[in-house]
Ligand binder design. Sequence first.
Ligand code: HEC
Ligand SMILES: [Cu+2]
Length: 363
Amino acid sequence: MAQLVKKPKTNLGPGFWPVTIFLAVLAIVSDYYVYVTPLSRFLPEAAVPADQIDALFKFLTIVGNAIFIYVVGYVVYFCIAFRRPKNAPANTIGVQIHDQPQLEFWWTLVPTLLVVALAIFSVVIWKGLQQTQGDVLTMEAIGHQFYFEFRYPKLKASVRDEMHIPVNTPITLHVTAADVLHGFWVPEVRVKADMVPGLVNTLRFTPTTIGQYRIICTEYCGSSHGKMIAKLYIDSQQDFGKWFAKEANIAASGGGGAAVALTTGQKDKGQALFGQKCSTCHSVGPYNQIIVGPGLGHLFNDAEHKQLVDGKDVTPENIAYILHNGYQGQLNGHVAVMPSAQANAISNEDIANLTAYLVSLSK
Ligand code: HEC
Ligand SMILES: [Cu+2]
């Protein structure tokens, strides 16, 4: 292979410093525009962490923009400055440069400092997000195929695909899923959490701007994943009060809305499921007809076992509780384990159906 005929005097090529200065000007000017442009112009900020998240995003953009300009600028410049001379053979290779400790020192130090700064910046914001601002409104969001369910304290029925929250009120939102992975994301609030069956993730934010926003599922969860868009209403305190009172009325009168899953369980489906998932361990005879677990046919009218194995009264809710969480106690002097819903691979809907079936056996 032929060597490059004309070796340049410096390693940097002619015009390196003017190009460097030009790139600096370009970076400073464009970064200035990034700095002065509020991100809320493109995506409104509707809650408290949004401004901090935007500040972090801006920091990333400003640093990234400068790096981008220098990398692309130098690539273009070097392509031109060190191009193959017209008279050189086609297989000419350029001067190979090795061992530049000074250069290596800087290209290690600068990115390290940047990444450390970024880490400090994000940890500070993250810490703020973890702090409870007093337990003002704590609620739950549950992802289902294919809708969001919202539960409020003191509201018997859950609400479907509509989340109402009062403005300027710190919200603690626990999210989870009933069937498969879902995601909870409100772009205007800038918070996002995975909704995972069996795991509760917590989001904290304080809504600041009254309005209507989108809650989007961000995890491909099945054929109608794209339809999983719920509405977030940030209401005035008054409007929220009205809405809440209305929901509470609906729940009390037992109609309308999405009733609690338990009342909607279907015993036929429960019976079918019992045959698949439960009959290896349970008979539908009396309590003493034990297979692995006790017989479940007389839960409500067994004179000898007036309470459930966990000592609670026999009610549909308490039965569902055992189906959900499982239970470990003693049965005939041995440790006996009732598997949890996760271990039994049953959904909340399955629990409702099974409970309806068990109730129908003895009531
Ligand atoms: C691997 C065996 C096993 C399977 C499968 C199983 N269970 Fe159980 N279950 C038990 C055992 C053991 C107990 C008793 C636990 C104890 O007393 O500590 C129990 C307790 C219960 C109880 C409480 C009974 C009472 O009198 O308080 C209910 C209700 C129940 N199971 C329902 C179900 C249903 C519904 C299914 C199907 C989804 C199911 N179980 C699947 C083993 C099982
Ligand atoms: Cu989903």
